[in-house]
Design a protein around this ligand. Structure first.
Ligand SMILES: NC(=O)c1ccc[n+]([C@@H]2O[C@H](COP(=O)([O-])OP(=O)(O)OC[C@H]3O[C@@H](n4cnc5c(N)ncnc54)[C@H](O)[C@@H]3O)[C@@H](O)[C@H]2O)c1
Length: 425
């Protein structure tokens, strides 16, 4: 591994000289994350995480820095790595390292470095793990099972990670309790929909600067993330085409005014493609074969397996980086196909990830789950646990109040009416 980096006791980042710029980004995020700042104040006073060693593996962005520093202020020792080779914001990593956080993360690392960073963070011997995509939990289970003795529990941030951990739990392979942060209403229904929707379009626009109005915008997977992307593309005047494998999701897309078709058909008409399925090989060779000249293809699902770039590489006669985060592949018949961010999460690799306002709620769930695990994790069994409904309502309530929206409350009579089965017409 080349050593053209800033390294020190407990950190390896691109360049510590970027720290000041990173700190300003973190300050900006803090000013837009009132729920997190509220929790930080409360739990700094209570020292709710005193004695905890938290190892995290989650995109190193300015919002994550707010989460990390809140966890540290609440008494935890932290060691962190990024969960995607292209999502680390180097200036933020530098600011964290300069402030004394143990962090191993830089933008553009290869797979070997990715797992080296995870291994370095695990030297901390965590009591709690915090994941986005479950790579950290897998590393503990597969490479460092001896660490399991001290681990109380963990959390998982994203859909794909939760799927895999549930599969592990079903097989009896999961060895400690994990809280499914992704499945909280204040995460899945906001971060995945509005966060991914806005930031994925932001990534596409930063990488291409194309006009979306009038374009055929193909969204593969009309779940939380896909419907968010569709909503925003529709708002910018694109014709949204959804592809799905689940009838109810496809039907929702139709009733929201979109066209639904098979990818084999969408491939011929699409101008911009985005995958948001969590599934592999959604766009592959036979689709590239029929795409229009100029088609733009990207992914916002967690792993970079949704677009089969190897098949495109094998078909193309040449390739060049035409813009930052935009590779042009020329086919033998002269058609050009553009892949954004190497098929990795376009919102994090080509833009800044979700806006701070929405990460405020996702990370409030992470933070409160860490506090819950510290207090009662030893009593939870080794399975995937949901966020309690009260936590969702509590977080949404604080968020609404900080946004200055009024909220009615049920009266006593109304509460009684809810349970009154004798009332009729
Ligand atoms: N970019 C980000 O910042 C970000 C944020 C949150 C989640 N994610 C990731 O995005 C992915 C999707 O998450 P989600 O919360 O929307 O999941 P979801 O389960 O709500 O939606 C996924 C949809 O894809 C559909 N699907 C599956 N295979 C398909 C295929 N071959 N073709 C067409 N549709 C298919 C499913 O039926 C489902 O409706 C996951 O990998 C998740 O981890 C990314």
């Amino acid at each position: 591994m080349s050593d053209n980096y800033s390294t020190g006791d407990g950190f390896k980042v691109r360049d510590l000289a970027m720290a000041e710029k990173g700190r300003m980004k973190i300050d900006w995020a803090e000013s837009r994350m009132p729920v997190m700042m509220n929790l930080r104040k409360e739990h700094t006073a209570k020292q709710s995480l005193k004695g905890m060693r938290i190892t995290g593996c989650l995109h190193v962005t300015k919002e994550t820095a707010v989460l990390i520093e809140a966890l540290a202020d609440a008494g935890a020792e932290i060691s962190w790595s990024g969960c995607n080779p292209l999502s680390t914001q180097d200036e933020v990593a530098a600011a964290l390292a300069a402030a004394g956080t143990s962090i191993y993360a830089w933008h553009g690392m290869d797979t070997e470095a990715f797992y080296w960073c995870i291994d370095k963070t695990l030297e901390q011997k965590p009591t709690l793990t915090l994941d986005d995509g479950a790579d950290l939990i897998f590393s503990v289970h597969n490479k460092h099972p001896e660490l399991m003795d001290t681990i109380i529990g963990g959390t998982e941030e994203t859909t794909t990670g939760v799927h895999r951990l549930r599969a592990m739990a079903d097989d009896g392979a999961l060895k400690y309790p994990v809280i499914a942060v992704n499945d909280a209403e204040t995460k899945w229904d906001f971060d995945n929909v509005f966060g991914t929707g806005q930031s994925s379009l932001d990534g596409i626009l930063r990488a291409t600067s194309v006009l979306l109005a009038g374009k055929n915008f193909v969204v593969a997977g009309y779940g939380h993330c896909g419907s968010g992307c569709a909503l925003r593309a529709d708002g910018m005047g694109a014709n949204v085409i959804a592809t799905e494998v689940k009838p109810t999701a496809a039907l929702k897309a139709v009733l929201n005014g979109h066209t639904v078709m098979k990818m084999d058909d969408a491939a011929r008409v699409g101008d911009v493609f985005i995958t948001a399925t969590g599934m592999k090989d959604v766009i592959l060779g036979r689709h590239f074969e029929v795409m229009k000249d100029g088609a733009i293809v990207c992914n916002t699902g967690h792993y970079d397996c949704e677009i089969n770039i190897e098949e495109l590489e094998a078909m193309a006669v040449s390739k060049r980086t035409i813009r930052e985060n935009c590779e042009e592949y020329t086919m033998s018949d002269g058609r050009r196909i553009y892949i954004l961010a190497q098929g990795r999460l376009v919102n994090l690799a080509a833009a800044e990830g979700h806006p701070s306002e929405v990460m405020d709620m996702s990370f409030a769930n992470q933070f409160l789950s860490m506090v819950r695990l510290a207090a009662e994790g030893r009593d939870l069994d080794a399975s995937v646990h949901d966020i309690p409904e009260e936590q969702d309502q509590h977080i949404a309530g604080i968020k609404l109040a900080t946004m200055d929206h009024g909220l009615d409350e049920l009266t006593t009579e109304q509460i009684e009416y809810l349970d009154d089965y004798s009332a009729g017409t």
